[in-house]
Unconditional design. Structure first.
Length: 336
């Protein structure tokens, strides 16, 4: 794909000055691409350097947004990221880190303070979209506060834009390799079909109803892990016969996986949860962030290795899942 042609009119501070971005990447070609896309999106570049520069010399002022590309984190780069994560958090900025699947666990483990947006093998379009999403989270920007419905709609819209970018990229590669005429008719136009955003992933009024439950009433027990695993298996079975994209529901798939893990007293890594979601890792990470902000997921540090962290259900989410299955009763077996 050519240069990403996005621009954010809001990429300025209250004084009207363009927001500054710091870029750190070991690959010079990656740094150049990031610089092009950052400038095309309407930001200014404060600095651009390698990962080593994060640890060398005195600490310098960072940009409002910090972009890091670290596909294969080593000990030195993880130390640099841990320091950078703390600095960004205290400065009130935002951090975007791109990595490979193999580096996801390490990146997630060391970046705990700034709540960074982590991208896994991102396209150029996904990086620019990430910049736009981070704008809404920067302090001192006079932006409208997003409602829960708006946030979910934006998340689903971002997924669809990402799919469009991926398919256009594949079409571009086919055209350049001479394969376009051979299977052009097989190109699926579903990338250009937007889903109707849902109001929420929990029933309206659910919190109000829960508040009315007397405190002395105990929570129903969670279902057996065997039943939940059978439901998960049945959901995955659909992909053998129909297009899996028709049934993408990462929030529910992750809730089911974490429910089974809670019953089994098993810890779930962020990589494992991304796989359970059934969507690309970058998309899954956005949903994990959304579910964490909604109070349904929480981060659990590894007591034996502070560089690792896991994801688990909050008590609020466990209570909701227990009551859901209790309401289904014996009908839950009909789901499989």
């Amino acid at each position: 794909m050519g240069q990403v042609d996005f621009a954010y009119d809001m990429a300025a501070d209250p004084a009207g000055l363009p927001l500054a971005v710091s870029i750190f990447a070991d690959g010079e070609d990656v740094r150049l691409l990031l610089q092009e896309d950052v400038e095309a999106a309407g930001f200014s570049i404060r600095e651009s350097g390698s990962m080593d520069e994060l640890l060398a010399g005195d600490a310098r002022a960072l940009g409002d947004l910090v972009l890091v590309d670290c596909p294969r984190p080593d000990v030195a780069s993880m130390a640099a990221l841990a320091r950078l994560d703390s600095r960004v958090s205290h400065a009130g900025g935002r951090l975007i880190v791109s990595t490979a699947v193999g580096g996801l666990e390490d990146i997630f483990g060391v970046c705990a303070e700034s709540q960074p947006q982590i991208l896994v093998d991102p396209t150029r379009a996904e990086r620019v979209i990430a910049l736009g999403r981070m704008l809404a989270e920067l302090p001192n920007l006079r932006l409208r506060e997003l409602s829960e419905t708006d946030r979910l709609s934006l998340l689903r819209l971002t997924e669809q834009v990402g799919k469009i970018a991926e398919r256009l990229d594949r079409m571009d590669r086919k055209a350049s390799s001479g394969q376009w005429g051979q299977d052009a008719g097989a190109v699926d136009d579903s990338a250009f079909r937007f889903e109707s955003p849902v109001d929420s992933y929990c029933a309206p009024g659910m919190e109000r109803q829960a508040a009315k439950v007397p405190q002395r009433q105990s929570r129903p027990a969670l279902p057996s892990a065997t039943l939940v695993r059978k439901i998960i298996t049945a959901r995955k079975l659909r992909a053998r016969f129909l297009d899996a994209e028709l049934f993408a529901d990462p929030a529910w798939d992750m809730l089911l996986d974490l429910t089974a893990a809670r019953v089994e007293h098993q810890r779930v890594s962020v990589t494992s949860l991304c796989i359970a979601s059934g969507v690309p890792p970058t998309t899954a990470l956005r949903w994990i962030g959304q579910m964490t902000e909604a109070g349904l997921f929480e981060r659990a540090e590894d007591d034996c290795d502070r560089r690792r962290a896991f994801i688990r259900l909050t008590d609020k989410a466990a209570d909701g899942m227990a009551r859901y299955f209790a309401e289904l009763g014996s009908d839950a077996k009909a789901l499989v």
